[in-house]
Design a protein around this ligand. Structure first.
Ligand code: FES
Length: 93
């Protein structure tokens, strides 16, 4: 199974915490651009909720990777490094 990043883009602005309410869509776009620029071949898949709404914005490396909470645009380089390390640990698919 190909490695992807799952990004929550649930928007509940005005009715509770949500990842999009804290900027997750911009983070997903920036991560997508960074991964494309590095030619890493990892897609960012947008979904509606990872079940940790109060800790958002949330993303997870899948399958089997770590989840990241409270993300900001400044975390994009750290995410790219984590994805790279995950791919290295996973080995060739
Ligand atoms: S709204 Fe993002 S985890 Fe629920």
């Amino acid at each position: 199974m190909e490695t992807t990043v799952i990004a929550c883009i649930k928007n509940r602005i005005g009715s509770g915490p949500s990842c999009a309410g804290s900027g997750s869509e911009a983070i997903a776009e920036a991560l997508e651009a960074a991964l494309r620029e590095k030619g890493m071949g990892v897609a960012v898949r947008r979904i509606q909720c990872l079940g940790s709404c109060k800790e958002g914005p949330n993303m997870r490396i899948a399958p089997g990777g770590p989840m990241f909470h409270h993300l900001t645009l400044a975390d994009v380089p750290r995410l790219v490094e984590a994805i790279s390390a995950f791919l290295t640990a996973k080995g060739p698919s």
